[in-house]
Design a binder for this molecule. Structure first.
Ligand code: ATP
Ligand code: MG
Length: 234
């Protein structure tokens, strides 16, 4: 039997706030299959970013267990976690965090340069990833000479260029108008269908959330519901 892409049980993360502890997420259990497309939904402060950061190995839980592709992540040291992040995960941040002095191609190639791959291979894969997100012809542009939607697609190209198993995206459509946001979701759908990449993103925009086949809703740091379109609640 193949292990699921991701399996989390009883994940809890609290933050210090003066004398108190504030709950980020409490007792979260979540499993993702390979190639799944799911969204974390819920109001501001409900724990979406906290949970994404835990699942993306950007943060550690206070307690709980997380397995990625069958590997128990809690037993790994920082280097092991960084290796898994580099090789299996891709990230799209809300502020897309592109390097302003690099071209689109170089911003995407960067994700491979840090793995120590040869420059020529990094660049040709970067060009292919840009073509996959519909940006062929803009390889030489710098981020400040692109629209918000184009920059967001460069960020998606950077997230997929390393052929990750899972891309995590925190509010990837937040700074986009609804038409551009819908096109970005079309792109996620296409990459999911063509390359089998799983996507987990967070959003509180109902127009976006309703489109995604699986919706995990957070309320006050807890997973309140987990529904699949067509299949009913899980
Ligand atoms: N670094 C931090 N220090 C203290 N409390 C934090 C920190 N980060 C998050 N929190 C708290 O944890 C809870 C969950 O926050 P989180 O950022 O995960 O919510 P969110 O669902 O992503 O919200 P938003 O939709 O506004 O991005 C909130 O009560 C928040 O105030
Ligand atoms: Mg957030």
């Amino acid at each position: 039997m193949t292990a699921p892409l991701l399996s989390a049980t009883a994940l809890t993360r609290t933050y210090a706030a003066g004398e108190e502890r504030v709950v980020g997420v409490r007792d979260a259990a979540l499993s993702l299959e390979r190639g799944e497309l799911a969204v974390l939904a819920g109001p501001s402060g409900s724990g979406k970013t906290t949970l994404l950061n835990l699942l993306g190995l950007l943060d550690r839980p206070d307690s709980g267990r997380l397995e990625l592709l069958g590997e128990d992540v809690s037993t790994l040291d920082d280097r092991g976690r960084a290796r898994l992040r580099r090789e299996k995960l891709g990230f799209v941040f809300q502020s897309h965090q592109l390097v302003p002095v690099l071209s689109a191609e170089e911003n995407v190639a960067l994700a491979l340069w840090i793995r120590g791959l040869p420059d020529g291979e990094c660049r040709s894969r970067a060009r292919a990833a840009l073509a996959a997100v519909g940006l062929a012809g803009l390889e030489g542009r710098r981020p400040d000479a692109m629209s918000g939607g184009q920059r967001q697609r460069v960020a998606v190209a950077r997230a997929i260029v390393g052929e990750p198993s899972l891309v995590l995206a925190d509010e990837p459509t937040a700074s986009l108008d609804s038409e551009t946001a819908a096109r970005l979701l079309d792109l996620f759908d296409a990459l999911h269908a063509e390359k089998g990449i799983a996507f987990l993103f967070s959003s509180h925009d109902p127009r976006i959330v309703e489109r995604v086949p699986r919706r995990v809703r957070l309320v006050d740091g807890r997973i309140a519901s987990d529904e699949r379109t067509g299949g009913g609640a899980a």
